[in-house]
Each structure stands twice: as structure tokens, then as C-alpha cells.
Design a protein around this ligand. Structure first.
Ligand code: ZN
Length: 499
């Protein structure tokens, strides 16, 4: 990396914070995979210490002094990007009073188990005081972070730099308008197409099959590994040299482990593809949650639920599970993995209905932040919106407003990044296809090198060098746009459901 002298000094100073964050990531990974349950108290202390030390470096007067000294480097240079990202992190670290930071930490630590209990007992009322407290703290956070138009923007910007409520709204309106008709059409087709995905699936075989696909995608096992965890995730330790994924297995259902592996491998390909020169610098890692999710969704859905992909892998899947798939045609399998219908649970939703779950959450969290919706009224508002967007009412609050932990742990502004990722996954894939029309025929041969090389060149290697908008503009020639995504849904599900 080509850095001027002042920026080099800044990077050297901040490398220690990056090392502390990497160490914390290893502890997080271990906590989710191998740590015995009784380790949690000591682990929480160790993580709190590491995060305090890292925060101390980022927020320090020395960082402020080095940022001043670095000034405004030449536009477009690595130095300019480093200073931009480091300044942003420094400002965020200094804007929140430490009293507020510890109050948030305490409130969310208490709310998380309260959310678990409320969900188990179907008792939203017991969560209300916790949610109220967290909402107040989120509002206060927004005021400290600052915003131009709407307090929600300050919260959103933590996950998706540059995104705003006023820019998301038209995009979400387009998605609502564009998918409502399609959702009606699939709702009318009442038959359950998912039967082929249920059966007995030996865990070792599931694991081997998932790994064979990750390998074919280009996931480098010399710089990664896969372990088991209750909630699948991808994590990296300071750069592209150690990027790990996790999954979980259901002996009766093929889909959870298979598609979680494809999804997390997509995240991991991004992290493994970041320029190694950015390691231990502010430019290390993926640039935003939305761009990250575009990579996981691209490999999981656009590739992993497509006909060309399964033309190659379905015979191999039949070999791995002859009892389950010996009598199932490739076409029935394709229809099973792409079965769509309105459902209660976001994480189990299909490609067609998924974004409506996100739009609903976005509308509710904006209303909560601006005060037009009161916390006790949330379940009623939730059910009304489920009826409006998806035409169903959840059986109970556990399968409704209590299903996600995001709000209880203070993640206001997080949900939209899922949908941004879906939209961008197709926009990026189309751009790759335009340059390399042979990608689908490569996929039919189980080859992904051209697609991966395009993503490496246009997305992965840049790390945090460009902000998300610039990255998308450079890669696809236009800003984020729902048109390719809606066209993709219409073609795919129109063919599957005859509309
Ligand atoms: Zn993801």
C-alpha cells in the first residue's frame, strides 16, 4: 500500500487497535464454537477489556493528533481512504459519552435474556420496559452521532455508511409494489413443494457435500476452516489470512446447513479477497453490511438456487443421498429449493417474500425512533403490517414481533442491510454476466473462476477503500437500483409459478 509518511504513522498507531479487535474476534469465535458454558463470565470480562483498550486507542488524543497531521491526502489515494475511514471511526468513538456506552451495554445485556424469556413465554409485555429503555438510548445515541434529516439516519449509518431513510424509502416502495402481485400469485398456488428436502441426512455427508461446494466456489481452506455453531456466521482475524465459517446441521432437513454454508462461504470469499496489504489497517475487511450481504446472497441464491448450478451438483447430491433423492427429478428438486409462500418467520422466508419482512421492520423501527409508534403498541402494529404486506397474521407474538433479537440488543437500523444485500446481489451478478456471458455455462460445469475473478476485481480487493455507493457505481455503472432484482424475481418465480 502506497501511503504518505503522516498516514503511515497513523496506520502504525492504529494497528494495535486492529490487533486487539482480532484477538476479541478469536474469543468471540471460540465462545460460539468450543467454549464450555461455564466460561461465559470470564469471557465477558476479557472481551470488555479488549474492547475498552481498542476503543481507547481509536478515541485517543494521539489518534486525533495523527489525523490532524495527516490532513487531507490526495483524492483517490490509499492515504485519503485510510484517513477518511480512520476519521470516521475516531469521531464515532469520541461522540458517544462513555456513560452512554456503558448504559447501552448494561441495558442490552439485560434485555437479551429478557427477550429470550418473553419469546419462550409469549409475553411481549415483560419485554416492554427493556425495549423502552433501549429505544430511549438509541434516540440519545442518534443525537450524539448527529444527522442531517432524520435521527434514523444516524443509526443506519453505523451499518451502511452513506445510507439514509429518505433514500431507502423509494427503494422499499418499489420492492413492495413490485412483489405484492407476485406474492399473491404464489399464495394462490397452495401446494407444498418442499417435501423432497425432508428425510434422513447423515451429518458427515452433509458436511462433506457443503464443503465440496465451498471449495468449488473458491473458498481457500488454507486460509479458513468450518466449525459448528448454533447460529452460522463468518469471521476474520485481522485480514484475509484467516477467515472462518460455521454452520449447523439438521439431520432431518437438508436446506439449513447447505444454504447456510453457501451463504457464509459467500461472506468468506469477500473477506479472503480483500487486498492483503490492507491487513491491520482501517481499510481491512468488507465495507458495509449491505455489500457483505450482497456477496453472501449472490452465492447462496443467485448461484446456489439456480438451474445451471444444480445441473452440475444435483447428480452429486443424489450420489451423496441416494435414499432421499434417488427418486426425485432435478426439476422437482429445483422447485423445492425455490418454493415460495408468505410465512411468519423472516429467517425462513424465500427469496420472493423475504424483503417484505424487512420492509415491515424498517417501517416499524422508523416509527419507533420518531415516536409515532409506542413500544406497547408494537405487537398490534406488527400484526397489521404482516396482514398488509404478506396477507397473514402470526399465530402468536413468538412467531411475530418477538422472533428477532435485533431491537432487544440495540440493532436499530440493521434490518435494511439485508434487503440492500439482496438488491445488490443481482445488480452485481448482472454486471458480471454482461462482461462474461459464459458464466452460466461455467456454472453448469461446476466452475466459478470467472465469476469469482470479477467479484475479486470489482468488489473484494477494495476492502473499505471506497464507500458503498462508489463501489457499486464503479462495479455496475449505476447507483443501487431495484430494477435488476425485480426483473430477476419476475423471471424466476414467474416461470416457477406460471405468472
Ligand atoms: Zn449474511
Amino acid at each position: 500500500m502506497n501511503l504518505d509518511k503522516q498516514t503511515r504513522a497513523l496506520v502504525d498507531h492504529l494497528a494495535a487497535a486492529s490487533d486487539l479487535d482480532s484477538a476479541a474476534s478469536v474469543l468471540h469465535w471460540d465462545q460460539q464454537t468450543y467454549m464450555p458454558p461455564e466460561g461465559v463470565a470470564a469471557r465477558a470480562e476479557a472481551l470488555a477489556t479488549l474492547s475498552r483498550l481498542s476503543h481507547g486507542i481509536t478515541a485517543s488524543d494521539e489518534t486525533a493528533r495523527l489525523l490532524d497531521a495527516a490532513g487531507a491526502p490526495e483524492p483517490g489515494s490509499d492515504s485519503e481512504a485510510v484517513v477518511r475511514v480512520a476519521r470516521r471511526e475516531h469521531e464515532r468513538a469520541t461522540k458517544l459519552p462513555s456513560r452512554l456506552v456503558s448504559e447501552i451495554s448494561r441495558a442490552t445485556t439485560l434485555a437479551e435474556p429478557a427477550w429470550r424469556r418473553a419469546r419462550a413465554d409469549h409475553d411481549f409485555g415483560s419485554l416492554v420496559p427493556h425495549l423502552q429503555k433501549i429505544l430511549d438510548l438509541q434516540r440519545e445515541t442518534a443525537e450524539h452521532l448527529g444527522y442531517k434529516d432524520h435521527p434514523y439516519d444516524a443509526l443506519l449509518d453505523r451499518y451502511e455508511p452513506g445510507a439514509t431513510k429518505s433514500r431507502l424509502e423509494p427503494m422499499f416502495e418499489e420492492l413492495k409494489r413490485g412483489t405484492t402481485e407476485m406474492v399473491r400469485a404464489v399464495s394462490a398456488a397452495a401446494e407444498d413443494r418442499t417435501a423432497p428436502l425432508r428425510g434422513a441426512f447423515d451429518e458427515a455427508r452433509q458436511e462433506a457435500f457443503g464443503k465440496s461446494i465451498a471449495s468449488a466456489f473458491g473458498y481457500d481452506w488454507g486460509r479458513g476452516r468450518q466449525d459448528r455453531a448454533p447460529h452460522p456466521f463468518c469471521i476474520n482475524f485481522g485480514g484475509p489470512g484467516d477467515v472462518r465459517i460455521t454452520t449447523r446441521f439438521d439431520p432431518d432437513r437438508l436446506s439449513p446447513a447447505l444454504f447456510a454454508t453457501l451463504h457464509e462461504a459467500g461472506h468468506a470469499l469477500y473477506e479472503q479477497g480483500v487486498d492483503p496489504a490492507y491487513s491491520r489497517t482501517p481499510l481491512s475487511g468488507g465495507v458495509s453490511l449491505g455489500i457483505h450481504e450482497s456477496q453472501s446472497r449472490l452465492w447462496e441464491n443467485v448461484v446456489g438456487r439456480s438451474r445451471p448450478f444444480w445441473a452440475h451438483f444435483y447428480p452429486r447430491l443424489q450420489d451423496a443421498f441416494p435414499d432421499a433423492f434417488g427418486g426425485t427429478s432435478a426439476e422437482d428438486f429445483y422447485r423445492a429449493i425455490n418454493a415460495a409462500s408468505p410465512s411468519e418467520i423472516r429467517v425462513e422466508a424465500d427469496e420472493l417474500t423475504y424483503n417484505l419482512h424487512v420492509v415491515l421492520r424498517f417501517e416499524l423501527e422508523v416509527a419507533l425512533i420518531e415516536g409515532s409508534l409506542a413500544v406497547p403498541d408494537l405487537p398490534g402494529a406488527w400484526n397489521a403490517k404482516m396482514q398488509e404486506h404478506l396477507g397473514i397474521t402470526p399465530k402468536d407474538d413468538a412467531r411475530g414481533v418477538l422472533q428477532d433479537d435485533h431491537w432487544a440488543i440495540g440493532f436499530f437500523g440493521y434490518f435494511p442491510t439485508y434487503t440492500l444485500g439482496n438488491v445488490l446481489s443481482v445488480q452485481l451478478f448482472e454486471a458480471a454476466l454482461k462482461e462474461h456471458p459464459g458464466i452460466p455455462s461455467e456454472m453448469e460445469r461446476g466452475e466459478f473462476a470467472t465469476l469469482l475473478a470479477w467479484l475479486r476485481e470489482n468488489v473484494h480487493r477494495h476492502g473499505k477503500k471506497h464507500d458503498p455507493d462508489t463501489l457499486v457505481q464503479n462495479a455496475t455503472g449505476r447507483p443501487p437500483d431495484t430494477t435488476p432484482y425485480l426483473r430477476y424475481l419476475r423471471e424466476k418465480f414467474g416461470e416457477l409459478y406460471g405468472f
